[in-house]
Design a binder for this molecule. Sequence first.
Ligand SMILES: Cc1cc2nc3c(=O)[nH]c(=O)nc-3n(C[C@H](O)[C@H](O)[C@H](O)COP(=O)(O)OP(=O)(O)OC[C@H]3O[C@@H](n4cnc5c(N)ncnc54)[C@H](O)[C@@H]3O)c2cc1C
Length: 299
Amino acid sequence: MAVISSLLFPPSSFLRRSITICSNNTSESMATKKYISDGQTSKRVVVCGGGVIGVCTAYFLAKKGIAVTLVEKSAVACAASGKSGGFLAFDWCDGSPVSPLARASFNLHRSLAEELNGVESYGYRPVTTLSLTVKESSKPISGGSDLPAWIDGPVKSPSTIGTTETTAQVHPQLFTRKLLSTATKKYGVEVVIGKLEEVRVELGRVDSVLLEGGRVIDTDAVVLAMGPWSGRFEMLSSIFRVYGTKAHSIVLEPKEANAITPHALFLTYHPSNGGQALDPEVYPRPTGKFRVIFRYVLA
Ligand SMILES: Cc1cc2nc3c(=O)[nH]c(=O)nc-3n(C[C@H](O)[C@H](O)[C@H](O)COP(=O)(O)OP(=O)(O)OC[C@H]3O[C@@H](n4cnc5c(N)ncnc54)[C@H](O)[C@@H]3O)c2cc1C
């Protein structure tokens, strides 16, 4: 999930400094722990948003020994992070500024899957990825092709655009929830279901967050990772624009789940009525279900 939708306050220099943990007694209350960072004392980071970005941020901060509270307004992975394809690609961002990030993310997924038993717990697996053109008006293929047997529609020009070395998938909701449950059990992350209303700043430093209903959580730093909702906060929208793109996804359950091989499909679909071509993406899950995604970018 390579979309970056979070911003760290204070800026990332806070994290780049080396952090020394004064106590590694895990039974100690996280709230009373003190951490020294270049002579500064830091008690707590509040991460706002329980999507994949917020949860990963909380996980890795807490793993480094920082006391983290995650604030989520409704349910963890309830938005895009629970409904996405969960598709991962090693080198598809090559040539763009985020290429090193995408490559590091792909490798990190592989090592996380080993650490958290991702194959069993959230369906991590390498996949072969195919590009296909589908013409609804053409005849279905009838055997003899190199394609997996379950691809029997009117397809043309198949090509392999990702191998099991360069493309993979996770079940995004299970991934996000597994990471958070590990973060709470192992690293003491506290989860608060509540809606962020305001980030309070005193003398140029973050001081606390105010939740709907009046609850205040004192903090030394805040991470805004609320996906497209982040743009509602002037603190962030004054720096750059955060917006969503609309996508539809449907889940299909095939009759013979075991017949479905680990292949992700990127289609160019020409409807028989001559309408505009569509680009659905098809992601089979290890459970046998499919997620089919249609993306639309709204101007
Ligand atoms: C259909 C679809 C398919 C996709 N497929 C892929 C894919 O295959 N591979 C890939 O890499 N990416 C994919 N993406 C993109 C990816 O899912 C997103 O980039 C990613 O999930 C964004 O995560 P996030 O944590 O930034 O935001 P979100 O998942 O949107 O999470 C934001 C969270 O913030 C919470 N929140 C909002 N306001 C507040 C508030 N005031 N206080 C507290 N909490 C709040 C929300 O409830 C939500 O849980 C897809 C997206 C879609 C929609």
